[in-house]
Design a protein. Sequence first.
Length: 317
Amino acid sequence: MHILEFEKPIAELEGKIEELRHLADNGDVNIAEEVARLQAKVDKLLRSTYAKLTPWQKTLVARHPERPHALAVIKSLISDFTPLAGDRCFGEDKAIVGGLGRFRGQSVVVMGHEKGHDTESRLKHNFGMAKPEGYRKAVRLMKMADQFGLPVLTLIDTAGAYPGVEAEARGQAEAIARSIETCLDIRTPSVSVVIGEGGSGGAIALASASSVLMLEHAIYSVISPEGCASILWRSSENAKDAAEALKLTAQDLQRLGVIDQIVTEPLGGAHRNPELTFQNLSAAIDGALSEQMGVDGGVLRARRRDKFLEMGRAGLA
């Protein structure tokens, strides 16, 4: 497992546990008792460490390479998933995956940013940074969901939209704006979950939903801490200070009214127990969808628009 800097004391104890498990019980020491004692110490250290994570440490957890990404969540939560590709304008963008499936028996349209889990898949999915065709594909899928009255589920995990010249040439800003507009315009239930990193307009393009959830150690902000530091301090070395100032943690955003619910992660983060993470996500998404099912489409749309307009009014107050 990839070890973060602040997890090294925990990793040392876990290493000792692994060593003990490979030792034969020679009678001088009860291996099982010693393992149980050390495991209790690990659990206590994990609990105390993760209870007081700084915003920068949460950023590192949100970016953990072994953290479950969109395809893993879809595989666990969505049955009969049928991927749909292309924006019908330019081409396919693999940074955003999406399609049709069933969530707890309910037909849904699901989509999300996919970062990839190794070098090959990260390059294939462009590290989850979508180009205009990715957002236009999202618009196509949301309009299809609206046409057939299907709930929309989006999974947010991106550092931001792809900033390359070719993306700008094909209308990156317009594509993001159209995606946000479509999120606010559809008349079906919609739930967005920030499962890792929610960065800038690339995240908002899929996250303007009736219910916005965040995993406990995910982050969501207008810019990355490194990007903010490079602008304000002319150096990315101040990323920790920027993370503090950006109020990017789930706890900060819930207090500010930007998100609706925090989804609890397993002790030590989602990467330590993906299955429990999926169970918690499933229950939270089901609850958020249940509140919207049966509500008139016009009412849903009006509530969604008012929700985001109110954030703007609160910011001006």
